[in-house]
Design a protein around this ligand. Structure first.
Ligand code: E4P
Length: 220
């Protein structure tokens, strides 16, 4: 499973990339706003820290504008940058054009299995269903992930990867792992919650205390 980081904060990318298990990074216009940095500059810096796919989102709403922005981003930014496009009819058209030119596209803001399959048909490298935002409406975002994974099982030739997004807590990740989701993008705090276990900490404390006794006895 690929682990992506969902942020545009350079310090967070550095911190998690240092763990050695970071496969990619996703950004969006809201995350760029939160960073307070120049869009292209920050994406370039992220792309230098992580060799995996770095998603940079277009802001045009028409296909021609999306294609133009996508081509410009590909021309100006490092090779590992892929283009994030919203799941609309215009987005499908742009995905078809860009993927036809060998450019990686992450189709975002997916809220149904049909949207996911249509995006795959347009040539998306990734489709991004948003779990947490469905939970926010009172429905269960994991049901959507299950529907998409079942659909993918029905059509084994699909090469598009399912990228679980809008992950809000560790249970989302655990369920994604059990469903065989290809990729998930998480905020830094979820990476930290997933690696933390009180019994690991307690075990280390116990071993350290006993080792201090071993040293004291001159047996180290
Ligand atoms: C994914 O690519 C999006 O950037 C992200 O996961 C959205 O998450 P949010 O719903 O927490 O904003």
């Amino acid at each position: 499973m690929e682990f992506f980081l969902d942020t545009a904060i350079i310090e967070e990318v550095k911190e998690i990339a240092d763990w050695g298990i970071l496969d990619g990074v996703t950004t969006n216009p809201s995350l760029i706003k939160k960073s307070g940095r120049d869009f292209k500059q920050v994406v370039s810096e992220i792309a230098a820290l992580c060799s995996g796919p770095i998603s940079a989102e277009v802001t045009a709403l028409d296909a021609a504008g999306m294609v133009e922005e996508g081509l410009q981003l590909k021309a100006e930014l490092p090779e590992n940058v892929i283009i994030k496009i919203p799941c609309t009819p215009e987005g499908l058209k742009a995905t078809k054009v860009l993927s036809g030119q060998g450019i990686g596209v992450n189709v975002t803001l997916i809220f149904s299995a049909s949207q996911a399959l249509m995006s795959a048909k347009a040539g998306a490298m990734y489709v991004s269903p948003f779990i947490g935002r469905i939970d926010d409406t009172g429905a269960d975002g994991m049901d959507l992930i299950a529907e998409i994974m079942n659909t993918w099982d029905n059509y084994p030739d699909i090469e598009t990867k399912v990228l679980a997004a809008s992950i809000r807590h560790p249970m989302h990740m655990l369920q994604c792992m059990q469903m065989g989701v290809h990729t998930a993008t998480m905020p830094t705090k979820i990476f930290k919650m997933l690696i933390k276990h009180p019994l690991t900490d307690k075990g280390i404390d116990g071993f350290m205390a006993d080792w201090a006794e071993v040293e004291k006895a001159g047996n180290a």
